[in-house]
Design a protein around this ligand. Structure first.
Ligand SMILES: C[S@@+](CC[C@H](N)C(=O)[O-])C[C@H]1O[C@@H](n2cnc3c(N)ncnc32)[C@H](O)[C@@H]1O
Length: 223
């Protein structure tokens, strides 16, 4: 059993060695076609956030993000927040999918600035965007149908974000979906009342699963 596990692991490492350069090459091609730069700051970090549980900047593959948008039929009637938006790959893909209301929150100045430039330069349909260069702990969402997270921070910050989304859903009497890519701290959401796991999206080529949760504020009210 242990032997077969280590073999599986070795195969995975070898496959990653082969697919990583191909993935970066494909992402470069997407960047060039879309007239954006989402690769130059990979690995960037920030010194301090409220709970000091931030992760460094990296992004899911462009193709992966497109597949997620497609699977969830994200489109014109939606409003998307990306928590820890980095240089904006998720927001750019949402805009290409037709979303007209985009909100990004990013604590790192350089990444937030790059995200703004990317959204301005992006080849594709127009939409408004609101970029907040702050720690997500300072952010209270007004309304969003989809909140994206690509493993941006640890459980303390995540819990705060999830509580604020619950408050928003009750205030707006609406439903919100959390799209959690590489859901390292999924227990933080699953332990809270009212959240339903809708689906887990997996594609063989991509290493990170994506779990989609929904929360409805249409019926009950917050204590
Ligand atoms: C893994 S990257 C994801 C980037 C982007 N969502 C994407 O998929 O391309 C996580 C990002 O979250 C940002 N971040 C981490 N903690 C944060 C916090 N407390 N407030 C705002 N941004 C944060 C980091 O600076 C980093 O850019």
């Amino acid at each position: 059993m242990a032997g077969s596990l280590s073999l599986r692991r070795r195969v995975r490492v070898a496959a990653k060695r082969v697919t990583s350069p191909a993935r970066v090459a494909l992402d470069r091609l997407f960047d060039w076609y879309l007239n954006v730069d989402t690769l130059s700051h990979v690995g960037a970090t920030v010194d301090k956030t409220k709970y000091a549980d931030q992760s460094m900047y990296e992004s899911a593959a462009w193709l992966h993000i497109y597949l997620i948008m497609r699977s969830l039929r994200v489109g014109a009637t939606h409003s998307v927040i990306d928590y820890g938006c980095g240089s904006g790959r998720i927001l750019c893909a949402a805009r290409r999918a037709g979303v007209r209301r985009l909100i990004g929150v990013e604590v790192n100045n350089e990444l937030a600035e790059l995200c703004r430039r990317n959204l301005q330069n992006l080849r594709g349909p127009d939409s408004s965007f609101d970029l907040k260069q702050i720690d997500v702990s300072e952010f209270c969402p007004e309304w969003a149908s989809h909140a994206f997270l690509f493993n941006p921070f640890g459980p303390d910050t995540l819990e705060l974000v999830i509580r604020r989304l619950e408050e928003m859903a009750h205030r707006e009497r609406s439903e919100v979906l959390v799209v959690y890519i590489h859901p390292v701290h999924r227990g933080t959401i699953e332990l809270r009342d009212g959240w339903r796991k809708l689906t887990t999206l997996r594609w063989r080529l991509f290493l990170h699963p994506t779990v989609v949760y929904s929360y409805s504020g249409r019926e009950s009210s917050v204590e």
